[in-house]
Design a protein around this ligand. Structure first.
Ligand SMILES: Cc1cc2nc3c(=O)[nH]c(=O)nc-3n(C[C@H](O)[C@H](O)[C@H](O)COP(=O)(O)OP(=O)(O)OC[C@H]3O[C@@H](n4cnc5c(N)ncnc54)[C@H](O)[C@@H]3O)c2cc1C
Length: 465
């Protein structure tokens, strides 16, 4: 029986990867640990449930990663995608610590597997979880329970109570009712605010009503907002989020990885007016997939349609929903709810602009259009072979970038430059310290695991002293 009236050493808000890494680490030092997860047990684990891999540095091949991926190359990749919006000290610390994550997680019961093949080639840079994020979480929850971490589900932490520069308690609501739980140290590992549509609307207006949230509906940002209101220093651009193009038929929340559509480079994408709006072949897909959520979000009605023909059908991983098919472009337009005359004209103009070239889906080939605006600069082939296939696209929000500032002990930094004495943060809620813009596949889980372990260790140390 869990006694919520006791004084815990460490209280952890959240139940995803970052929270579990913190809980396990703190408990292993002997601290008493309470983990509060808003979701019910069957839905536990936030966005971490949907993941497949983490990005880890290694100087030689490992059982799960090929070749080598050293600190400097990792850092260069990060510096490039963030355009310098990162804290180099925290970033390099994260990169170096990533080398030990796979063995550490294996000790927690997580199993890895050789890289999955697919559209994003990551076998060198990323370590893949056998069974995906859900299996990783099940293993970590089992380890946490075995170690004696107290875990309570369906319990929302509604605010952290500050007295001076110290957090004294957490106001919670759950099956036990509304009460205050006390602890000596606190770790906020409760994700971003992407599931809070009202908050997204502050930046996106009514368009946010058409966004699909790829992960957990429990990412309300309630504690993020609470901390910022109580003087925690913000990091990250509040208007920025990681967003990909997902199948418009996906559910509002939790559609996960299987709703992403990777056919864009092999066809054309039109808005609801039936016209193209961006170069679908600008660069290789791993470098471009994450811009398409925003591109669709900026379209009228936040909807777009990917159009391909039979030649392209097997070149990408399809979404979980079958393509809408037709024997002619006019028919396909009708089935997609587009004006057939406009779509036929768009496809004809595009086909006429395609220059002959040798097609190669695996590299930046020379198949391009000429005299077309916007151009298609690679993988441009005529859309002329029935059946023709269409997929409706919506913006799929992965996570938001606004967070709280932390130092290298994962301690929350206040707007006046001071530190909160006993409050730590890990995971998405502080990822903006390192990932101010852009994204590197697998880096979300790496940040969560690295800072989760630091936060757990430091919170337990604070509680001891
Ligand atoms: C479809 C999809 C695929 C992805 N694939 C990958 C991948 O392969 N590799 C990768 O590195 N990243 C991936 N990501 C990103 C990755 O999921 C996140 O970066 C990572 O999971 C963040 O971990 P976290 O623990 O900070 O947050 P989460 O895992 O989201 O956990 C947050 C937790 O906090 C809880 N919570 C929120 N508010 C409260 C509150 N007030 N009180 C109590 N509990 C609360 C939630 O219920 C949840 O359990 C993917 C994301 C999605 C959506």
């Amino acid at each position: 029986m869990i006694d919520l009236s006791r004084l815990y050493d460490v209280l952890i808000v959240g139940g995803g990867n970052a929270a579990l890494c913190a809980a396990i680490t703190a408990r292993r030092t002997g601290a008493s640990v309470l983990l509060l997860e808003h979701a019910p047990q069957a839905m536990r684990g936030g966005n971490s449930r949907h993941t497949r891999n983490l990005r880890a540095m290694h100087d030689a091949p490992t059982p799960v990663q090929t070749e080598a991926y050293g600190e400097d190359e990792y850092w260069d990749d990060l510096a490039r995608v963030t355009g310098g919006e990162t804290d180099e000290r925290l970033a390099r610390m994260t990169i170096r610590d990533s080398a030990g994550l796979a063995p550490w997680l294996e000790q927690c019961g997580v199993r890895f597997q050789p890289s999955l093949s697919g559209t994003l080639s990551l076998s060198r840079t990323n370590a893949f979880f056998l069974g995906g994020g859900k299996a990783l979480l099940n293993a970590c929850y089992a380890t946490a329970e075995r170690l004696g971490v107290d875990i309570v589900y369906e319990t929302e932490v509604q605010s952290l109570l500050f007295e001076g520069g110290t957090v004294t308690g957490a106001a919670i609501a759950g099956p036990a009712g509304a009460l205050t739980v006390r602890a000596k140290a606190f770790v906020a590992s409760c994700g971003g605010f992407q599931a809070n549509i009202a908050w997204l609307k502050q930046y996106w207006g009514e368009a946010a009503d058409n966004f699909l949230i790829r992960g957990t509906p429990y990412a309300s940002g309630r504690i993020l907002k609470n901390l910022l209101e109580q003087g925690a220093a913000p990091v990250g651009d509040p208007t920025q989020c990681h967003a990909v193009a997902v199948d418009a038929r996906a559910p509002r929340f939790d559609g996960g990885i299987v709703t992403r559509l990777d056919c864009v480079p092999f066809g054309i994408v039109v808005g609801r007016d039936g016209r193209r709006f961006y170069d679908e072949g600008e660069d290789v897909w791993p470098k471009r997939y994450a811009i398409w959520g925003r591109l669709v979000a900026l379209q009228p009605g936040q909807i777009a349609y990917a159009i391909i023909d039979a030649k392209a059908e097997t070149l990408f991983m399809p979404s979980v929903f079958p393509a809408i098919r037709a024997e002619s472009i006019a028919d396909l337009a009708g089935r997609l709810g587009l004006d057939p005359g406009v779509l036929v004209k768009t496809v004809s103009e595009y086909n006429a602009a395609v220059r002959p070239g040798s097609f190669d889906s695996t590299r930046l080939d020379e198949c391009r259009t000429e005299g077309l605006a916007p151009p298609k600069t690679h993988w441009a082939r005529a859309i002329d072979t029935p059946p023709f296939l269409g997929y409706p696209l919506r913006p799929g929000i992965t996570f938001t970038y606004l967070g709280v500032k932390v130092d290298d002990s994962a301690r929350v930094v206040m707007a006046d430059g001071g530190r909160c004495a006993n409050l730590y943060a890990s995971g998405e809620i502080m990822a903006g310290n390192i990932l101010g813009r852009g994204y590197l596949a697998g880096f979300g889980m790496t940040i969560g695991a690295v800072f989760g372990r630091i936060a757990g260790r430091e919170a337990a140390r604070h509680a001891r002293n």
